[in-house]
Design a protein around this ligand. Structure first.
Ligand code: SF4
Length: 324
């Protein structure tokens, strides 16, 4: 086992695998230094992005390594206890096994409330406190005032997997990629984190022999990339969705806007109204580029939480690169 976990997290420059890519060591330090008699740790297994199954894959295959990561966090943060926050079907599938693994540890297993938004860190705090499923205004950030106003460390299942591996000196600088769409070998693959998208598609025998584009990074929130733009790493939650170039871009955008319409919480005007207007334009098939660009800007700059501030990305990149 490693002696100083913080310096190991720094050495590997481990970035959170929930999508935001926040440096894990910095988050741990902030929670450790924050004032508070009681502190909480949350292992986020809420995985709400369509076409992303990497956390499910890890829970299925390596639950003991996730628990090793949580145990490491409990040892690092004084007076702490932890929650494993599981998407509803993951709760049904994995809670029995996890209960066995957490025996003797101050860890509770909880079923997720709400849909996609239920995985946002402040929404998890709301849910665990039995409150309405909506994001809190940040700051304060959970690291200083999260669950019951106490310093709270929220890391995703894959991040805890990496921490567990680092603690056991087995970390190989890999990450999990969910590959889906118009390909043959759909699935979750563990490969080096430095691989480019092109390398991942080739290594998994998924590089298409037809004209295609991909959505990279955050499932439905990911940006659109053309086949000539794949010499870069996947960002966000590591998902790659491959589309045949014959895909109808309007149908695709409608699919996204329906998702955002269903999953946003209506709390803030830019997101509530912006997504409604995008949906309206798509339904009427009349896109006013100028208005749309204004909506994108407002969504990006003024939405209260990542759902709204990232929702513009797939639309903007698809229109720019595919519709033109
Ligand atoms: S950005 Fe959307 S999901 Fe987030 S708080 Fe505002 S309305 Fe709710």
């Amino acid at each position: 086992m490693v002696k100083n976990i913080l310096s190991e997290l720094k050495k590997y420059n481990l970035l959170g695998r929930s999508g935001s890519g926040f440096p894990t060591a910095l988050k741990w330090e902030l929670v450790k230094k924050a004032k508070g008699e009681k502190k909480y740790i949350i292992c986020n297994c809420s995985e709400g992005e369509p076409k992303s199954f990497k956390d499910k894959f890890i829970l299925e295959n390596y639950p003991e390594i996730i628990i090793e990561g949580i145990k490491t966090a409990l040892n690092f943060i004084d007076n702490s206890s932890a929650f494993i926050y599981l998407k509803k079907d993951y709760y049904t599938k994995f809670s029995k096994k996890l209960k066995k693994l957490i025996k003797g540890l101050p860890v509770e297993i909880v079923k997720k409330r709400g849909g996609y938004l239920g995985g946002e860190e402040t929404v998890i705090c709301q849910a665990l406190e039995g409150k309405r499923i909506e994001p809190r205004i940040k700051p304060p950030y959970p690291v200083e005032s999260g669950l019951w106003n106490s310093p709270t460390l929220v890391n995703n299942a894959e991040t805890f997997y990496c921490i567990g591996k680092i603690a056991k000196k087995e970390y190989q600088r890999t990450r999990f990629y969910t590959i889906s769409g118009d390909i043959k070998n759909r699935g979750v693959y563990e490969l080096p984190e430095k691989y480019t998208i092109k390398e991942i598609l080739k290594e998994t025998k998924n590089y298409p022999d037809f004209n295609f584009f991909i959505q990279s990074g955050g499932g439905v929130m990911g940006e659109i990339l053309l086949s000539k733009e794949l010499d870069k790493q996947v960002q966000g939650i590591g998902s790659i969705v491959v589309f045949n170039s014959k895909t109808d871009p309007f149908n695709l955008m409608k699919e996204w806007s329906q998702f955002f319409l269903a999953e946003n919480c209506d709390k803030c005007t830019p997101c509530r109204e912006g997504i409604y207007r995008i949906n309206e334009m798509l339904n009427s098939k009349k896109i006013d580029r100028e208005v749309l660009n204004d909506i994108f800007l407002v969504l990006k700059e003024t939405s209260l939480c990542p759902l709204g501030s990232n929702a513009y990305k797939p639309f903007e990149t698809l229109i720019k690169k595919i519709i033109k």
